[in-house]
Design a protein around this ligand. Sequence first.
Ligand code: BES
Ligand code: MN
Ligand code: ZN
Length: 477
Amino acid sequence: MRCEVCTDLSPDLDCDLLAIGVLEGDSLPDPLLALFGPHLEPSYAAESFTGRAETTFEVHTLGRIPARRLVLVGLGKGSDDEVRGAAGRVGLTARKAGAARVGLDLGAAGNAPESVAAAVEGFACGNYRFDGYKDTAKRKRACDLLVIEGESDVAERALVVAEAQAWVRDLVNEPADVLHPESLAERAAALAGPHLSVDVWDEVRLAAEGMAGTLAVGRASAHPPRLIHLHYAPESPRRRVALVGKGLTFDAGGLCLKTAEGMDTMRCDMAGAATVLGALKAASTLNLPVEIHGIVGAAENMPGAEAYKPGDILRMRNGRTVEVHNTDAEGRLVLADCLCFASTLGVESCLDLATLTGACVVALGFRYTGLFTEDDDLAAEIESAAAVAGDGLWRLPLAEHFRKLLDAEWADLSHTGPRWGGASSAAAFLSAFVDGMRWAHLDIAGPAFLEKADRYYVKGATGAPMRTLLRWIEASG
Ligand code: BES
Ligand code: MN
Ligand code: ZN
């Protein structure tokens, strides 16, 4: 999609769909009233369209403007998040209509740089579909030109972010037969550029590096595990960070096999990895002045003759021994290796992203990422980045109490705790593998992949919270 910015978007714009934002309780902009006034006001009053957020009203154009469709979209009070939601609705409507050229006029609510960014990002999210495997006759055309009021550099940045987010969603939606650890590594390798290097460790290197968790989890799969290390190194970076992603290209549960229903969407279990890759793709395109290590642990968790077993004891990279219980708690073993590795890179801060626990979905549902850290400053940074990015995020406890729940009989620690508080004990497990850096864990099991459409996201992968990562990286200085 291209984006064209202008200072004053006229109703005469030549496009397939023209969308006009209306603040709650406001009347329509004058040029529109002049064109449609007598006919329009009673009809939308009858439909009780008042500009409330998350509502739209389609107007028959009667051939009075070049656009074939005219849609009024409610902006509520005009907050950035309401703007993002309204633009998202327009994106959804445009895709349903197959509109190739779209004009989006947000009036006064859309003037600030943050709201232009929110509008472009929201529109692109709404316009996204994963339909490459459908009959071409059944596919709806994506928008290829969005015309909007605002500043071009803001729109340019937002487009890069939007494109990266769509790239993440494609990766997560891709079937696990296509996207396994090796092909995930290939997709990552394709991101390499002038300041971005990509290094892939195969199973031989993984063994040499002591990555016991990743090897155990990936052992029963026909597709061997990989560690993917991206390094974005701009000139004179302001600081150095690491992003770690869980890359389970499929999670069958291992010997502790999931139910058919439980594994139906488990191709989404590499969403943390995809989100990290997408953030690096965008950060390097935007030349952000922060050095970033991206570390992805990629494996497929399968049952089989070679599978790791309950009762196994793993000696991890940092020397700690771990007692395996439920082989479906595989993500934390892979992440433990990645966090050990990240701890050797001399970064100041490290965030990990993982579709880690069903318990987090029980606690927070599908709109909120669970945030776990004992560092209040880091928590505040991430919370404010999420607020700007429009990603739901909520802090949950991580304290000594949860580490005690992992006491083991025969090894240094158990890899699972009791069922209750499962999202926090998973985070506590990870904390045992972090050394010498600020660290936060983001459990994205809910928001990464939706069971049903929500806001500007259709069912399936969302790419959330990639925008939060970028805002956090950009805010650092
Ligand atoms: N990948 C799952 C978590 C998950 C659940 C992601 C639902 C997305 C949606 C993870 O590997 C898992 O199976 N976790 C177990 C841990 C348990 C065995 C301690 C869980 O949450 O049930
Ligand atoms: Mn699992
Ligand atoms: Zn998993």
